[in-house]
Design a protein around this ligand. Sequence first.
Ligand code: SAH
Ligand code: SF4
Ligand code: F3S
Length: 463
Amino acid sequence: MSVDNNDIYNKAQELVKAFGEKLGRVPTAAVITFGCQMNARDSEKLIGILRKAGFCIIEEESADFVLYNTCTVRDNANQKVYGHLGIAGGFKKKNPNMRIGLCGCMMQEPTVIEKIKSSYKFVNLIFGTHNIHRFPEYLVSCLEQDDMIIDIWKEGNEIEENLPVERKYSFKSGVNIMFGCNNFCSYCIVPYVRGRERSRDAREIIRECERLADEGVVEVMLLGQNVNSYGKGLENGISFPELLKEIEKIEGIKRIRFMTSHPKDLSEELIQVMKESKKICKHLHLPLQSGSSKLLKRMNRCYDKEQYVALAKHIREEIPDIALTTDIIVGFPGETPEDVDDTIDVINSVEYDNAFTFIYSKRTGTPAAAYEDQVPEAESHKQFNRVLEAVQQMARKRAGIYEGQTMEALIEEMNENDPTLVSGRLSNNMIVHLPGDASLIGSIVNVKLNECKGFYYLGERVE
Ligand code: SAH
Ligand code: SF4
Ligand code: F3S
């Protein structure tokens, strides 16, 4: 069944209209998003569907229809969702017409479904990561009655094109280039909840980027769990660097970013394409996870400390003004203080511009969850603080090096605290605040970086 099926939208629109007549106003809907850029992009599609059905989109959880797009990469992501569900349940008591839905990665876990069925009976709708294109049908069923609808698919083979989308920003957009993951890092739940790796047809991706450019988008962020393996499994597929070269040709697109790049398949071709490119941003997120070769092996990352450091140094030599950022896990089973020393050693030799640091979270069903040498929480916290300190010290040192220079910034929003300032993003992903007004949002301007404030700059516009 095609999602573009107009019948289902007509039906949804009728029901939303009837809902509105009962309420005496246009019904509101909100999508609350947890997790990564993939989820953020999925939420834009979910919002697109809700808008097409006739809802007025708001951001408050008190909406008449609230949908939580969940993440399960670490346990605290799950706990947050349960906390929010408690709040939504309270709203539903006051507004019995309210409908509450859940979707996303956490819903692919059977234990989660059991818990919701027994403890959160007021939930109306549960679906997973493989069937978001069926949301219009679920929405119709939800509006017709108040029971709990559950539909979880184990795998998704098709890639659904042409869902309605409502972009959060008018001038930048995520673009999915692949879905799922085949890497099975031993700590990670993503391959289980997002399924096997599937690449989108390059022509579809390019067409989407062209359409976005026509709509005024100047920056695209290409999304995949491992963009470096893009194209594998496609008939006549092109490689990721080739895809980048094609997108570079699209006139209106001024900046290209991508996430995430697995070090094990980062090719020389990619480095050269980045080096030559005028549009690919000077930023590479290259998750390390650990600096210890022993742990990297147990994590199934397929590189060791020396290979990673050599790769990072080579990238810095080829593209000197690139910012390198990373992800680090502390407290993986079997980690000793010496392993953490190795991680800190890599931080200091690669000189990361920034890093996300996470405490290992045991994910049921992953190989590492069964390892016997789990690290006690107190020890993980102690080691985490050491790593964080090293990361912050390095980030401060790196941030300072561009002070006084002039760089291009894409102005993204008004400054949250000071209405006379706007906030922009440099090619290297750093933020700069400068005097300006809303008319600048979405444009790329030259900014002199007057003062480094640790993790961001204060600057001014120059011609
Ligand atoms: N595909 C991306 C990562 C997606 S998950 C990649 O391989 O780079 C984002 C980050 O969450 C990972 O890089 C890892 O650092 C962290 N992460 C994943 N599983 C985790 C776990 N069980 N505990 C703690 N952090 C985890
Ligand atoms: Fe998880 Fe590894 Fe896949 Fe990234 S590459 S999503 S860390 S399994
Ligand atoms: Fe979370 Fe799913 Fe992304 S588990 S990190 S939202 S792919």
